[in-house]
Every structure is written in C-alpha cells, then in structure tokens.
Write a protein that binds this ligand. Structure first.
Ligand SMILES: CC(C)(COP(=O)(O)OP(=O)(O)OC[C@H]1O[C@@H](n2cnc3c(N)ncnc32)[C@H](O)[C@@H]1OP(=O)(O)O)[C@@H](O)C(=O)NCCC(=O)NCCS
Length: 171
C-alpha cells in the first residue's frame, strides 16, 4: 500500500498517499458531500459539482508539476477525507499554487496541517521554492493554517487574501 500512516493529535490515524487517476469518481463523491460554504472557500466560486473533466484534471497528475495527495482514514480506504495539491506555474518554475480541502467532518483535527507539511516536503523535492495561496478573508481555518506555517507577503487583492510560503532547500 503506498503512502504513509500519520497519527493526528486527536489519536485518529490517517493514511496520506499520492492521488491516482482511479480516484476521480471518489473525488467527485467527496466534493458532493462538502458543504456549499467549504466548496466556495476552496474554489472561490459556487460550483454545483465536480465535472468529469475537472475530476480527470485533478487526479491524472504528473506528481512533479502537478502534485496532489489524498488522505483517508486507516479504518476505511474507500473514502477520501482530504486533498492537498500544488500546481506549478509554467512561467515561474520554482513557484506553485497550493490548495487544501479537508472533509467537513474532519475540520479542526489537524489533518490540514499534516497535509500541508507533506505538500511542502514534496515541493522542496521537485524544486518548488515558493507556494502561493489565495483565499477569502473570512477563511479563518486556512489563514490560521498558513500563518502557523509561516505565511509571508500577505496582501489583499480583489477581495481575497493572497499569501506565500517560502520553502527552504530540502537537499
Ligand atoms: C481550511 C482547511 C483546509 C483547514 O484544514 P483543517 O484540517 O481544518 O486545519 P487544522 O485542523 O490543521 O487546523 C489548522 C489551524 O487552523 C485552525 N482552524 C481550523 N479551522 C478553523 C476555523 N474554522 N476557524 C478558526 N480556526 C480554525 C486550527 O485551530 C489550527 O490552528 P493552530 O495552527 O493555531 O493550532 C479546511 O477547513 C477546509 O478544507 N476548508 C474548506 C476548503 C478551503 O477553504 N480550502 C482552502 C482553499 S485555499
């Protein structure tokens, strides 16, 4: 089984592994279970569903320029409870855009923090030195998560907060 098992501070154990193209249908199901608020906070717009082409785009990744991890409970591998990804900019190869989504029932249990750590580790490995994130100003969870991770250059642009994580060299 790929990935690694992680124990959260709550005592729950989860497995975090790279996303696979076979996760597309489950990703659509997991998106459908998110509250409208969480969907909006993630995509910064209303989205009734994840279309087949979006699900394919989000799962058929190359793990270098487009990197994504999923988490599931160690008790049940069939349900995705978290996704963390970055997509490298074609114009700035050492920078990428990051996004994290945790299933509503798992919010506030430390899973976002663990997945962000995993994402930063992979970013360093593939030469990404700066991760950019964009979020709504009322997204307390994401702001706190990123500020705890050392967010810098935080600005407000068009009603959104933009911030960055600078990654030290991993080698
Ligand atoms: C934002 C999100 C990824 C955070 O993940 P999470 O697993 O709940 O975060 P954690 O449990 O690791 O908590 C991280 C920090 O945020 C705080 N936090 C989490 N949810 C919070 C909330 N709703 N309000 C205030 N603080 C919150 C935690 O207390 C913790 O703070 P600390 O570092 O000072 O201890 C998750 O809430 C989510 O998926 N939201 C919907 C999608 C989204 O907004 N994605 C971001 C788009 S870029």
């Amino acid at each position: 089984m790929d990935g690694a098992e992680v124990r959260l501070s709550t005592g729950d154990t989860v497995r975090i592994r790279p996303i696979h193209s076979t996760d597309a249908v489950e990703l659509q199901r997991a998106f459908g279970l998110m509250s409208e608020e969480s969907q909006y906070q993630r995509f910064l717009t209303g989205m009734p569903r994840l279309t087949d082409s979006q699900a394919t785009y989000f799962t058929a990744v190359d793990h270098v320029d487009h990197v994504a991890y999923v988490a599931h409970s160690t008790h049940d591998a069939s349900y995705i409870i978290g996704v963390a990804r970055f997509i490298r900019y074609a114009s700035a190869r050492d920078e990428a855009e990051l996004a994290i989504t945790i299933a509503d029932s798992w919010h506030g249990l430390g899973l976002g923090t663990v997945m962000l750590r995993q994402l930063c580790e992979r970013a360093r490995e593939v030469g990404v030195r700066r991760l950019r994130a964009e979020m709504m100003p009322d997204n307390e969870g994401m702001l706190r998560l990123l500020r705890s991770a050392g967010m810098v250059d935080e600005t407000q642009e068009d009603g959104r907060v933009v911030g960055h994580l600078e990654l030290a060299r991993g080698d």
